[in-house]
Write a protein that binds this ligand. Structure first.
Ligand code: CP
Length: 307
């Protein structure tokens, strides 16, 4: 198969075809089973993180190092010349001269797309405001395929902050390429944005709105929990919804035996730690898979000849 991912930007799940996604997941699976240590030998990855991150930043770093690459970058704008008034435009322009690929996380929606317009090196969106987090959606798909052995014919509940959760937006959009049934569980003020619902409808994806986990748990194969994004709305609104969904082992008494619980993490109190020891908990496996999926992305974007 020709590598159509070579030198591409990864900005939104909408930019990825089913063929692209299958290529990424197959490559991740191969790298998980048979590690290769030189696929991006001597390439430099710039990690431009303007917003906090544990998994995304460190799994990209681990992925790059495991493939023989090098990493430079920053994890906040604290020590950057942006503090002296330099623009994002000029920062990216300069960083793109120092690296072969840029990974960017930013508080502003559209920042990754702007970076891609400025940089002549590939840009990966590692989260832009409440908009998109496409590589997380690929990690989610990889994990679902691994634990359910399929991506079609599944019933999936998305629970929590569906309005501001960028992992949800990317995941819901990538679901359109598969035959899935979605249960959207959220407080009224945090429902999935209308433009995404419109696209789901247009693509013929079956979905329904719910207020409680109990309503949906006996029907689903995947329970995708999310954190309420405290940083994206007012403190008064946050107080109203912050403890809305707290998953406990008791909820799981009526679960299907194949149910797996995912969460992009970090979690606050929405999954009690008692759930971790149940056979349903799969969120730490999901976080571990981030390295293989991000290895696949770096390898495909930087190697024209990769099969
Ligand atoms: N899943 C995720 O994006 O986690 P971090 O914010 O820790 O990178």
């Amino acid at each position: 198969m020709a590598n159509t991912m070579y030198q591409r930007d990864i900005l939104s799940t909408k930019d990825l075809s089913l063929e692209n996604i299958q290529h990424i997941l197959d490559t991740a699976s191969k790298l998980k089973q048979h590690p290769v240590s030189n696929l991006i030998k001597d390439k430099i990855i710039a990690q431009c993180f303007f917003e906090p991150s544990t998994r995304t930043r460190l799994s990209f770093e681990s992925a790059a190092l495991r493939l023989g690459g090098h990493v430079l970058g920053f994890s906040s704008d604290e020590n950057l010349s942006i503090k002296k008034g330099e623009t994002l435009h000029d920062t990216i322009k300069v960083v793109s001269e120092y690296a072969d690929l840029i990974v960017i996380r930013h508080t502003r929606e559209g920042a990754a797309r702007l970076a891609a317009e400025i940089s002549d090196k590939p840009v990966i969106n590692a989260g832009d405001g409440a908009n998109q987090h496409p590589t997380q959606a690929l990690v989610d798909l990889f994990t679902i395929n691994e634990c359910q052995k399929r991506l079609d014919g599944l019933s999936i509940a998305l629970v929590g902050d569906l309005k501001y959760g960028r992992t949800i937006h990317s995941f819901a959009e990538i679901c359109m390429l598969f035959d899935v049934r979605l249960y959207l569980v959220s407080p009224e003020i945090l429902t999935l944005p209308e433009p995404i619902c419109d696209i789901l409808k247009k693509q013929g994806i079956r979905f329904s709105f719910h207020r409680s986990i109990e309503e949906v748990i006996p029907k689903i194969d995947i329970l995708y929990m999310t954190r309420i994004q405290q940083e994206r709305f007012s403190q008064a609104e946050y107080q109203l919804v912050k403890d809305h969904y707290i998953l406990t082992p008791e909820h799981l008494h009526h679960a299907k035996s194949n149910l797996k619980i995912l969460h992009p993490l970090p979690r606050l109190n929405e999954i009690v730690t008692g759930v971790d020891a149940t056979p349903y908990a799969h969120y730490f496996n999901q976080a571990a898979n981030a390295v293989y999926v991000r290895q696949a992305l770096l390898a495909l974007l930087l190697n024209e000849q990769l099969p």
